[in-house]
Design a protein around this ligand. Structure first.
Ligand SMILES: Cc1cc2ncn([C@H]3O[C@H](COP(=O)(O)O)[C@@H](O)[C@H]3O)c2cc1C
Ligand SMILES: O=C(O)c1cccnc1
Length: 338
């Protein structure tokens, strides 16, 4: 953060520095693609994935240091009974990630992905956003800056996920604020609320939207008032990855809500991001539609932890390997198209 100006101004200054895809790298990649020993276009979306890697990495596509970063935060609003699980599960799952016992550990092991877990002041829940802003501006901007640190070690593919009991409530509130919808359009069962629980959760989001109504025109205000630390960190990580030309794979509902904040600031801000999957949380499909993004997978998952992103990373790794490792018609002597 600079000594002058508001912290959010520093975030806006970074957004202004974003660049587009590398068209010459993409051109060279497509030239080689056309020579590979397969019918043109026959790998469908796998070819789009290697295009995407190449355009954002600025070179021939390669995934040598893929990393899954999970950001974990605790939410004051969890005390309002908006999750099927208690808030302490957040810390317990962070410990489980460290011990290797979570679903994400197994997916990372299966696809040889690095895993980094960042716990964000878990002993200090954000303020319940039905009583005030979840975070103050300084804390929100500082957490965004912290999120940028997940790029240490120079990963060449970054998967982003989250852990935070209560964060589907926070994500629903953020999405409703960004896209001007009613709370009920964005609230779903999360970890498994029954109909009564969903009704309670909807009322909580309505309360929050009413309280903060006058301040929701600025997406960064939406993030700090209704979001959480993991969402702020994810937004920061997406932005830093863009500036460092690292392609990003985004996971489920809360990750998408964090990304949507950047999209609302600049509609090109997510051009380097792949949306891994559409989750079973009903608002997720709608959020993807609003962002104009087509998810890679639809597996009926609703876990979080970066699991959808890590599964997509396995496919993305294969896409890079296919492009770099395949032989050409020339090399194999296989006859070309008539
Ligand atoms: C054991 C367990 C492991 C998880 N891993 C991710 N989440 C997921 O559930 C939470 C969001 O749902 P809600 O808003 O309903 O609390 C987040 O922590 C998300 O990552 C989990 C939830 C549980 C219970
Ligand atoms: O869509 C998700 O990522 C999700 C849904 C429910 C609970 N946790 C995560």
């Amino acid at each position: 953060m600079s000594a002058t100006g508001l912290p959010f101004d520093d975030i806006r200054a970074l957004l202004a520095r974003m660049e587009g895809p590398d068209r010459s790298a993409l051109h060279a990649k497509r030239h080689r693609e056309a020579e590979l020993v397969k019918p043109a276009g026959s790998l469908g979306r796998i070819e789009d994935l290697s295009d995407w890697l190449s355009a954002w990495q600025g070179r021939a596509p390669a995934v040598r240091r893929p990393v899954v970063a999970i950001f974990a935060g605790t939410h004051g609003v969890a005390a309002r009974g908006v999750s099927a699980y208690p808030s302490e599960v957040t810390r317990q799952m962070v410990e489980t990630f460290a011990a290797g016992g979570a679903a994400i550990n197994q997916i990372c092991a299966a696809y040889d992905l690095g895993l980094k877990v960042f716990d964000l002041a878990l002993d200090f829940p954000t303020q319940d956003f039905t009583t005030g802003a979840a975070l103050d501006e300084k804390a929100c901007a500082a957490t965004m800056a912290f999120g940028m640190e997940c790029l240490e070690g120079s990963p060449d593919l970054l998967c982003l996920g989250e852990m935070g009991i209560g964060n589907t409530t926070s994500a629903a509130a953020v999405l409703a604020a960004l896209f001007n919808g009613a709370a009920s359009e964005w609230v779903g069962p999360g970890t498994g609320l029954d109909a009564q629980g969903v009704a309670r959760k909807t009322a909580v989001v309505e309360e929050a939207l009413a309280l903060h109504r006058a301040h929701l025109a600025d997406p960064l205000e939406v993030l700090r008032r209704l979001g959480g630390r993991e969402m702020a960190a994810i937004a920061g990580a997406i932005l830093a990855a863009r500036l460092q030309r690292v392609p990003v794979i985004l996971d489920g509902f809360a990750t998408t809500a964090a990304a949507a904040v950047l999209f609302k600031l600049d509609e090109t801000a997510l051009d380097h991001c792949l949306f891994a999957h559409v989750s079973a949380e009903p608002g997720h499909r709608q959020a993807l539609e609003r962002l104009g993004k087509v998810p890679l997978l639809a597996l009926g998952m609703r876990l979080g932890e970066g699991t959808g992103a890590a599964l997509a990373a396995g496919i993305v790794k294969a896409a890079a390997a296919v492009h770099s490792g395949m032989a050409t018609f020339e090399q194999t002597g296989v006859s070309k198209k008539l």
